[in-house]
Design a protein around this ligand. Sequence first.
Ligand code: GLC
Length: 576
Amino acid sequence: MTLQGLTEDPCRSQPTPEERVSDQPSSTPNQPSDWEAGFGDNPFDEDTGFDQHEGAAALSGANWWRSAVFYQIYPKSFADGNGDGMGDLIGVRNRLDYLKLLGIDAIWLSPFYTSPMADGGYDVADPTDVDPMFGTLRDFDALVTDAHARGIKVTVDIVPNHFSDQHVWFQQALAAAPGSPERARFIFRDGKSPDGSEPPNNWPAMFGGSAWNRVPDGQWYLHLFAPEQPDLNWDNSEISAEFERILRFWMDRGVDGFRIDVAHSMAKPAGLPDMDLSHYNGPNTQLDPDLRFDQDGVHEHLRMFRRVLDTYPNRMAVGEAWVPDDKRLALYVRPDELHLTFNFRLVLAEWSAKDFQGAIDDSLTAMAEVGAPCTWVLSNHDVVRHTTRYGGGELGKARGRAAALVMLSLPGTAYLYNGDELGLENVDLPDEVLQDPTWERSGHTERGRDGERVPLPWEGVTPPFGFGSSQDSWLPMPAEWEFFTVEHELDDANSTLSLFREALGLRRGLAELHGSSFHWQQAPAGCLAYRRGPNLVVALNAGDTPVDLPPGEILLSSSPIEGDTLPPNTTVWLRV
Ligand code: GLC
């Protein structure tokens, strides 16, 4: 499993359009009769959805999260409310009416906690306070109140694998002696060689370099990510007690759920043995299996999270677990563990019907075994935006729109990343503005994730496009985003924003899309099709040539439909 290809050059390993033609699902040639109503056995043929989740009504009550659309807000990049060029909680609060208009059900706020920002806020120095750059706890409370008043749920990030090196506990650990209780909250070890100058093992850090850092008295501490993010020692019961306190703190303030950061990393193997690095691919990649992640002991910690969540009504948690084996991923969402786990198969899928079908099929099968819904993602703050991954420009835009109509019509939960709805692409940023730790840690060989974190364009015709009152935004915005502002797209019935609004409105109203019913249908080469409930068919033409449209009344299409053909790179929702 690798994130690297996604953060660097997303297109470098993708097939050319010519190669893609031959990369088609095994199916019969393109004939009108190729769109057949169902084939083969179907493990998801439950048709139980309607009674459990009746349209919009499904979004209230205990199971609201089972078919919700979440919108990820990267606070630094969403909207600047205080004019300092960086997004903040006031900015989010000011834009809640936009989110209501868009039609999402819940927001997920990436970290806004006290942080020196060595890793975009995922280095948390105080997990129960707001960093002044994002506002205050009072701003947070007002945001929750206003979001709830609009029927929008609020979920927040929890970062349990590590704290910031500026957290008071780590400062105490540095000041304390080896073997002290202060050091036992983190993972301190003596070095391997007789003089202790070799790290305790050969583990690489995700952002590059060794996963160990040496302190002045000669001991080393483990950091799976940046050196400023010391790993917590989850074998120490003080840590789980502290995270119980953190969860309760935010639930008492009204949050509806959590996104658990690197949920597969808290448990470390006994003795911290060396890894076999013969197939290691460098920073931001995992091996399969990988001693740093997905150790069995992690599930006990996730059960603790669940026990605490269950003491409050209608709360949920979604895990970020990059676990390549679908069956092992499903273990994270057993009934006494997390409610949801991100499914990154669509993020990793290349643009082909075959890849998409495989990703969907495998994921549905694995999750059905444990009774959990799938949680679909196309983009987030760690991966190259999907419009860019799919080729960029008009091609990337068309494919991105088509992929969105697939994602939003699959059973389960969907997570949008802020700017997806505008069809934003990654931005090629100059070296001097890069802030992701990967850039420095990799010796300037990996550019990192800033390209997907550029602030959102809201209105006007020149940067910073209404992001805030300052002329400078923390990352520069491209001039061509004049045509991607919220203002511009709201006025255009054919914009990506208008498509998302229509799709989200239909999704809310169509009971078929809230249930679990799902049947593959036969499709022409280069295409895929599935039926949701008795009357709704979704068809994607991921190939390079038009095909005959399947029968049915078109409810929504990602590109204009002329005549009876389904153009390439297009998805339609049909009433049959
Ligand atoms: C998760 C976050 C990522 C962060 C890392 C370390 O993968 O999504 O942004 O750098 O954890 O906390």
